[in-house]
Ligand binder design. Sequence first.
Ligand SMILES: [Zn+2]
Length: 281
Amino acid sequence: MKIKSLIVKTIIFFIALAILPSVTLAHKKTIAITIDDLPFVGEYRNFHLNMMMNTMVQQQVPATGFIIAKEVRNDNWGMLHKFRNAGFGLGNHTFSHANLNRLTADEYIQEIKKADSLLSPVLTKPKYFRYPYLAMSTGSKRNAILCYLAKKKYKVAPITIDSKDFAFNQRLLSVPELKRRDYLNELKPFYLDFIWQQTAKAENQHHHNAEQSQILLIHANLLNAYVLPDIINLYKEQGYEFITLDDALMTYKHAMNCKKMKPEPKIKDPEPNIDSFIAWD
Ligand SMILES: [Zn+2]
């Protein structure tokens, strides 16, 4: 009797020894999907955005899409409502996919404003903004936009993994339509491998904060309409859990915030000898 219980205890001890380290040491890897350039890159095909949406609904994967307001037409407005009603997030991606590096802060603010008013029936809360080309500019221009977004209660949606899917999508589109299905099967492993390399790069960059979620950038395009199920499987097989953008951002210690700039010092009574200096400054 005693020997039997000793054997049982020993077995339990070794099982515990084998399981415990993996339970305590493994951090849960999480990722949020973001989809830029809604309604769709290229032709206005609700069919393909619908395919992406159905994949995510079936796999129970949350996602947030970013809309180029200028691209919204009567015939795809309904699709955006459908996307929203299926529980996905929808954010602002400017009116005309504007590049902040090429516009003044005021021009860019008009782009955000115009998109905001056109898209208000479908934008979800909290409101998210994604910079086209990920161009955030620098210095006071960068800060002016961050402050404007903060004032309008927009949260900036960063990315950590860039799939560079537009390059793969362009290749796919360059092939005649009848040959695309075969070509897609050739292209798919290269695309998935590239996404995985980008993920590994992002994981290594964030090794100092292993708890931080990844945020994947893909686009609403033909390639992803067909490969999204494989992308989701890839991450699931690697132990990732898909979470919302809101939850992903909660793991970020440093948000991109607008900084309060020091007001310019006012010189009431400039001394005569620095007068000329001020004039030239
Ligand atoms: Zn974009």
